[in-house]
Design a protein around this ligand. Structure first.
Ligand SMILES: [Zn+2]
Length: 150
């Protein structure tokens, strides 16, 4: 919860170190509404970050709906990363993404029939795809532009 700690230090820190203003995306969720034509810069940063930390390959942009659903996937706005790792590594990546979520601009994480969201914390994921071969990491609009690592 670095975001709140930083905010509670007040205006002086926020003004003297403007980097802090763009590094904390906060606990926001933005649904996807309009496809873009490629991956967002923050998603590329997030993909590189998770790939370096946990291995596996990554996929970002895909103009499609949520698997088995009617709503637009965050992948269609280029702001979701699929990290292809499984088992223990997948669980570690899931937990790490949840830990850094509010500061980094991560709004949803899915792995192995579990989903974490900003609004509903962690619970069973009943979607069509079990997500047992990859971790889905969705970014809010701030994270899609300014993903930060911790
Ligand atoms: Zn995904």
């Amino acid at each position: 919860m670095k975001f709140y700690e930083t905010a509670s230090l007040g205006f002086i820190l926020l003004f003297v170190n403007s980097e802090i203003l763009v590094s904390a995306c906060g606990c926001e969720s933005d649904s996807a509404s309009k496809p873009t034509d490629g991956p967002a810069p923050g998603a590329i940063s997030a993909a590189n970050y998770f790939k370096e930390k946990f291995g596996g390959r990554t996929e970002i942009y895909n103009n499609r709906n949520v698997r088995g659903g009617k709503s637009l996937s965050l992948h269609a706005e280029g702001r979701a990363v699929d990290l292809y790792v499984s088992g223990e590594t997948g669980k570690k990546a899931f937990d790490h993404a949840v830990t850094i979520a509010c500061n980094s601009g991560i709004q949803e994480v899915i792995f192995n029939r579990r989903i974490w969201t900003q609004s509903g914390s962690e619970r069973h994921y009943g979607g069509k795809h079990p997500h047992d071969d990859h971790v889905h990491i969705g970014l809010n609009k701030c994270g899609a532009q300014h993903f930060t690592q911790e």
